[in-house]
Ligand binder design. Structure first.
Ligand SMILES: [Zn+2]
Length: 58
């Protein structure tokens, strides 16, 4: 296994990890029921996608 030449400082390590806690936000809302949903995903509350029902409502 490769051995690192320089030890990362705790500051650099923490700066790298500063984005680890960021999670994807629900930026779209369903045009059918208005619930927040992931873009390009079937709505999890009504099962609609592109104006028609594609799956059973959860
Ligand atoms: Zn919906």
């Amino acid at each position: 296994m490769a051995v690192p030449k320089k030890k990362k400082s705790s500051s650099s390590r923490n700066m790298r990890r500063s984005h680890d806690s960021i999670t994807a936000k629900l930026s779209n809302e369903c045009p059918n029921c208005g619930e927040p949903k992931l873009p390009h995903h079937v709505c999890s509350s009504c099962g609609y996608y592109k104006g028609r029902e594609v799956s059973e409502a959860a």
